[in-house]
Ligand binder design. Structure first.
Ligand SMILES: [Zn+2]
Ligand SMILES: [Zn+2]
Length: 67
């Protein structure tokens, strides 16, 4: 079973996949899309199908109603 990495769009094979929030990423692709910090599976936030660390997520998108 092959999934596709939502970051680079290439296939992710079982042996190399890093599954987080229901998606399969390459280990190198699972990083914050703003500060490039490496993220641990299940320990990050997500927006528009892209992973962000919690700090960047809060700065960019939250907290709710703070616009
Ligand atoms: Zn990838
Ligand atoms: Zn970040």
């Amino acid at each position: 079973m092959v999934g596709y990495c939502p970051i680079c769009g290439k296939p992710v094979y079982f042996a190399e996949r890093k599954r987080s929030l229901g998606r399969d990423y390459h280990p190198l692709c699972l990083k914050c899309q703003r500060c490039k910090m490496h993220l641990n599976a299940g320990q990050h936030a997500e927006y528009d199908e892209r992973p962000f660390c919690r700090n960047c997520y809060l700065k960019l998108f939250g907290p709710r109603g703070n616009r």
